[in-house]
Ligand binder design. Sequence first.
Ligand code: SF4
Ligand code: SF4
Length: 272
Amino acid sequence: MTNFLKKYRFLMLRRLSQIGILVLYFSANAYGFKVLTGTLSSSLLFGVIPLSDPFAVMQMFAAGAILGADVLVGALIVLLFYASIGGRAFCSWVCPINMITDLANWLRRVLLLDKTEKKVWLGRSVRYKVIVLALILSAFTSVAAFEIVSPISMLHRGIVFGMGMGGAAVLSIFLFDLFAVKNGWCGHICPLGGFYSVASRLSIIRVKHNQPNCTLCMKCKDVCPEKHILSLIGKESGDVTSGECTNCGRCIEVCDDDALSFGIRNYINKNG
Ligand code: SF4
Ligand code: SF4
């Protein structure tokens, strides 16, 4: 039991966080329990603190919308939190789509689909091009372009308000990640994940590698949704500095050798 808790501690906490946030939104809509009201794009915490999706706000700005002070303050609060502290934690601790893509990733491993994977035809930089495309389209169409088609918003609205195309969007992403490209949506396409990757490049909380403990089993790389960022494994001690790390903690959980842990970033010496 202790081993189980140790092996899945971050996974359980992340699910608690992701489901808990959905429950709070749902309770506000269904029962008037107003801890967290609104949507992932724009919310109010305790009826007072505004929280807005900074990427959605950027698109609205590009679309020419006149934004209220509360929306701008809300975007600033969220941006500052992830940029300075949490890193790309939105993806693994908040976003509901992550539960779907984690499931597809796990199934790929169980069905040994990774073993037969030959060549990934979709580059990881596509997500950054989608960011630019979303902003250009927003400017031309005068609407926040990605927000219209975002599966994250669709799933969130589907769960909280019980409507929309959430089911179809989720199924498409699940099948795409399962059969087409490993971590296809979150690791290659999603512009919101790309946005937080760029925004959180300098954040404080980092995965740390203690090289002398490493036995080169590579279990961390097997489970990491962005395994290219673990290039220091087995080579040197230091911080995982890439903004593409979602701070999911899976690499830490699967490491039996205590070679990985969460810690405070060493800004002076990048190799910790
Ligand atoms: S990459 Fe996008 S869909 Fe995936 S977890 Fe992050 S925000 Fe959600
Ligand atoms: S390096 Fe670790 S914490 Fe970061 S994304 Fe990969 S598995 Fe998650």
